[in-house]
Design a protein around this ligand. Structure first.
Ligand SMILES: [Zn+2]
Length: 130
């Protein structure tokens, strides 16, 4: 049995944990994460090889969130009756921003996505950002 590298005293025990992961305000639970747990200092670390496995799951989740975000941006823009060009003028930094966001070529700032969600719910506020 391995000794805890953190405290150097207690032996590590193998355990299966659930881990919470958040990305752009969305949370997911990663189930069945293999960890080594120290009963002495309560340090928890990934079991051998688990870091890569966990990394892949995280990557998949981020990809899913990003894909949903593209749909949200397009849906909210259309709900507000904005062309790509109009959306760039009102809410973008430069021409072509929304086309790039919706094609997944650039990441929209989190604040912009939140603003679009807000405007989608309260389209009457669009005049306030003109
Ligand atoms: Zn320890």
């Amino acid at each position: 049995m391995l000794t805890c590298p953190n405290c150097g005293v207690s032996p590590l025990t193998h355990a299966i944990r659930e881990m919470q992961y958040s990305y752009k305000g969305q949370s997911t639970t990663i189930a069945d994460v293999a960890v080594e747990h120290c009963a002495g200092c309560r340090e928890v670390m990934f079991a051998s090889g688990e870091h890569e496995h966990y990394g892949e799951l995280i990557k998949a989740f981020r990809k899913q969130v990003d894909a949903e975000e593209l749909k949200t941006i397009r849906a909210m823009r259309k709900r507000l009756g904005l062309t790509l060009q109009k959306a760039d003028e009102l809410l973008g930094d430069e021409q072509g921003d929304f086309a790039r966001y919706e094609a997944g070529e650039a990441h929209a700032p989190v604040a912009l996505v939140k603003l679009l969600r807000l405007l989608g719910k309260h389209p009457e506020l669009l005049d306030a950002v003109r």
